[in-house]
Design a protein around this ligand. Structure first.
Ligand code: GDP
Ligand code: MN
Length: 389
């Protein structure tokens, strides 16, 4: 799960990483009032969307008066902002964050990500902040200093000292930098994060180390331990189909192909997607309806699948283990009626009572094809929908 910059900064502040004062606003008038309230000569109006690259897209504006704050906020609010991370459709800006402006002497980079190679969180620091870290990693990987965070011992003093040196921090600034690093590591572990990034971490003209931007992602499996973090979820930033699916206990992830997949079991769902690809098609989604899918689950799943206008055909691949195939067949038939299915449907059933299930499908008035194997099913749906280009 992802959160907004203003929420991430609230967490950073809670752990002791200095952040500029700020006020989150829903309207342009609130932004003007926030400028007055901050009482600083310089403020920054920042679009709150779950994507980076806002600066280049006009989503970070320095302002010097309440009128200017109102004007910049009005230009962002209610509009879709397109950054290199949003895709061409962009993200609608529903909130802006008005922060006290900083005088920047240096922009640094500080982040923690989970490193698969070392099976541990790794802190990454670079003296070249503000830029896209992916570009730096590709072009000058030696400019990124790393420290593996021990799962039990945490980040150790010698590691933070070494990183501070890598950032070119000395004296009082090194002290502040080290404090920020330790706090970020503590936050990352305690809150079950999957990513915590401060880009840029700045040194101000006054010599203070401050987090100017923040991006934090959480492992959804750990959210039950952090109800305050879970409450920061913003459903506006998520795919509405995925939100709807999670309400019905369906594991659904939208993809960009045109063959809707309805499968029980995550492993079977993955292999179904692979076989569709192998046969030249492209899956429109990952969907696991669960082991004991009911008629209601199947109907809800159909509705969510078909709300994706890219879907030109549906492949149902269900193994009747806990549920019997004839029950599943009844569910598929009822659901197809319920949603007035208008795209081709291929159904492959296997497992208990499979013969009875197939008979029901073939005897029904739903225009569908049955398949005898996964290969057969994928070939049939790809033939009906057409191969992907
Ligand atoms: P992002 O583009 O979405 O990553 O947004 P950031 O919050 O990182 O802001 C982008 C850039 O705007 C930063 O790298 C800074 O150069 C600039 N910026 C943001 N806040 C301030 C500020 O308070 N003062 C100054 N001078 N520049 C700022
Ligand atoms: Mn940034």
């Amino acid at each position: 799960m992802n959160i907004h910059e203003y929420q991430a900064k609230e967490l950073l502040a809670r752990y002791g990483v200095p952040v500029p004062d700020g006020i989150v606003c829903d309207t342009a008038d609130q932004a003007a009032a926030a400028f007055e309230k901050l009482g600083a000569p310089l403020a920054v109006v920042k679009a709150q969307i779950h994507a980076g690259g806002r600066g280049k897209a006009g989503g970070v504006k320095l302002v010097r008066s309440a009128a200017e704050a109102r004007e910049k906020a009005a230009a962002m609010l209610g509009k879709a902002m397109v950054t290199h991370q949003t895709g061409p459709e962009g993200r609608v800006v529903r909130k802006v964050y008005v922060t006290r402006g900083s005088d920047i002497a240096r922009e640094l980079y500080l982040a923690i990500a989970v490193d698969r190679a070392t099976n541990a969180p790794v802190m990454m620091a670079s003296a070249e902040g503000g830029v896209e870290i992916e570009v730096l990693a590709a072009e000058r990987p030696e400019a990124i200093h790393k420290a593996r965070i021990h799962p039990m011992k945490g980040l150790l003093p010698f590691q933070t000292r070494r990183l501070a040196k890598g950032l070119g921090l000395t004296g009082e600034q090194a002290k502040q930098g080290i404090k920020a690093m330790s706090a970020l590591a503590k936050l990352f572990v305690e809150l079950d994060c999957s990513l915590a990034e401060i880009n840029p971490l700045i040194v101000t003209e006054q010599g203070d180390v401050v987090a100017l931007d923040a991006k934090i992602n959480f492992d959804s499996n750990g959210l039950y331990r952090h109800p305050d973090v879970a409450a920061m979820r913003d459903l506006n930033e998520e795919d509405p189909k995925e939100v709807e699916a999670s309400k019905h206990g369906l594991s659904y992830i939208a993809l960009d192909g045109n063959i809707g997949c309805m499968v029980n079991g995550a492993g079977l769902a993955m292999s179904t997607m692979d076989v569709i690809q192998l046969k030249g098609g492209r899956p429109a989604n990952f969907l696991d309806v669960g082991g004991g899918a009911t008629k209601e689950q199947v109907t809800n799943a159909f509705k969510i699948l078909l709300s994706d206008t890219n879907v030109k055909g549906v492949l149902v691949n269900i193994f009747g283990g806990i549920m019997k195939c004839d029950t599943i067949a009844e569910g598929v038939i009822a659901a197809a009626h319920d949603v007035h299915l208008s795209v081709p449907l291929v159904v492959r059933l296997e497992g208990t009572n499979v013969e009875r299930g197939r008979q029901l499908l073939e005897a029904s008035d739903v225009a569908l094809q049955t398949a005898s194997s996964l290969d057969d099913a994928a070939e049939k749906i790809v033939a009906l929908v057409g191969k992907a280009r």
